[in-house]
Design a protein around this ligand. Structure first.
Ligand SMILES: C[S@@+](CC[C@H](N)C(=O)[O-])C[C@H]1O[C@@H](n2cnc3c(N)ncnc32)[C@H](O)[C@@H]1O
Length: 312
């Protein structure tokens, strides 16, 4: 089966990463390898790409798609929060650019069979890494009503979190919730028809997104990665992050700002006492968004936000 995914903001990403022959780059989210392949084309001869994905299907796909560059690439199945360990394994101390393109590939949504889509009837799994233990089915059946409500509100920004959580708990007393279709129906039934007809998105969109974020601990992993990513860049090296969710984008924005500022002293102090120097220069003063033409050609790219920075 071909691995479907159209890379978002491809030209912008390659430009911000400033890909050059002979340099070393990391793609922490290989997916369908659209970005990875474009990076490979720019860095030969002599360059190296370290490719990571926590989904083993993406790694198998990369072995095929990037076979022309096999002498220039190192592939790792695992989480990008472990980048430092992966680099140690291949004895690389620092790199010239790192890309994260967060979230899911179209392949995962449409063909993985893991219940990411509310339009399908699949087991409620939602793991990007099938070796991890948490699943959406466990969360939906085991969390308390209050915990579900909090999860849907915080990660999904779902206004009807309380009603949906209440209905999940009521239904699961009768039968275990096992499939994406079952859950989608409970959510649809929780929303008055008039309110649902006014929504621009499917009523289950936010709850499914919240569960996926929780199952894969997406926000914590992004934060852990951003804590040490700058240490792994060469001076002048670039960090580029594509996000699709306001919570992810806020984490990236705040971390970039803090690293650009350096000093962490309260503004009231007359002189800096922390001694922390600026470490990054933000390249995207205004967040990057896809063009109208790109959105028309690839509606999935609609909510993409791009932030890029350069190590000082
Ligand atoms: C939007 S897709 C990337 C698409 C890719 N840039 C392309 O051009 O096809 C996101 C990919 O990142 C992977 N992923 C998400 N979070 C990850 C993490 N914390 N560590 C490793 N891989 C992750 C997913 O499994 C998925 O394959």
């Amino acid at each position: 089966m071909s691995y479907r995914h159209i890379p978002a903001m491809l030209n912008e990403v390659v430009n911000y990463l400033d890909c050059r022959p002979g340099n070393v780059y990391v793609d922490g989210t290989l997916g369908g390898c659209g970005h990875a392949r474009a990076i490979c084309e720019k860095i030969i001869p002599g360059g190296t790409l370290i490719g990571i994905d926590q989904d083993i299907d993406a790694i198998s796909n990369a072995e095929t798609v990037l076979k022309d560059y096999s002498s220039n690439i190192h592939l790792f199945h695992g989480n990008f929060e472990l980048l430092r360990q992966f680099l140690e394994q291949i004895e690389i101390d620092s790199v010239d650019g790192i890309l994260l393109d967060l979230g899911l590939s179209q392949h995962q949504i449409e063909n993985s069979g893991r219940g990411f889509s509310f339009r399908k009837d699949e087991p409620l799994d939602m793991r990007m890494d099938i070796q991890s233990r948490q699943t959406a089915q466990k969360l939906v059946n085991d969390l308390s009503q209050q915990e579900l409500q909090k999860l849907f509100r915080e990660y999904g920004e779902e206004h009807r979190a309380k009603q949906i959580a209440k209905n999940i708990v009521r239904i699961r007393r009768r039968e275990k919730i096992r499939t994406s279709k079952q859950l989608a129906q409970i959510i649809i039934d929780s929303i008055p028809a008039q309110a649902a007809s006014k929504q621009k998105i499917h009523p289950a969109t936010r709850v499914f997104m919240a569960l996926r974020i929780a199952v894969n601990r997406e926000l914590e992993r992004l934060e852990t990665f951003l804590e040490h990513a700058v240490d792994l860049l060469n001076p002048g090296g670039r960090l580029c992050v594509l996000s699709f969710h306001s919570l992810e984008d806020r984490i990236v924005k705040q971390r970039f700002k803090a690293l650009e500022k350096g000093c962490t002293c309260p503004p009231k102090l007359p002189r800096c006492g922390c001694g922390q120097e600026p470490r990054l220069r933000i390249l995207t003063k205004k967040v990057g968004r896809p063009s109208e033409e790109e959105i028309a050609a690839n509606p999935m790219a609609r909510s993409t936000r791009l932030r890029a920075a350069e190590k000082l």
